[in-house]
Write a protein that binds this ligand. Structure first.
Ligand SMILES: [Zn+2]
Length: 57
């Protein structure tokens, strides 16, 4: 294994829904914003049909 960050095809994944663990990707994003800690997202979970903050693994 290498540490090549492009080795994983899941580059669209933002993390999982904190409620149902559905994987959220860029197409679910409603809002992107910057914080001191980096870029954050709000996404609409297709399972919960609610706006959530994806939880990175
Ligand atoms: Zn969900």
């Amino acid at each position: 294994m290498t540490s090549d960050e492009n080795a994983n095809a899941n580059t669209d994944s933002l993390g999982d829904c904190p409620h149902c663990e559905t994987m959220l990707s860029r197409r679910h994003v409603l809002v992107e914003y910057e914080t001191a800690a980096g870029q954050k997202h709000y996404a609409e979970c297709p399972q919960c049909q609610d706006v959530v903050r994806p939880q990175p693994e």
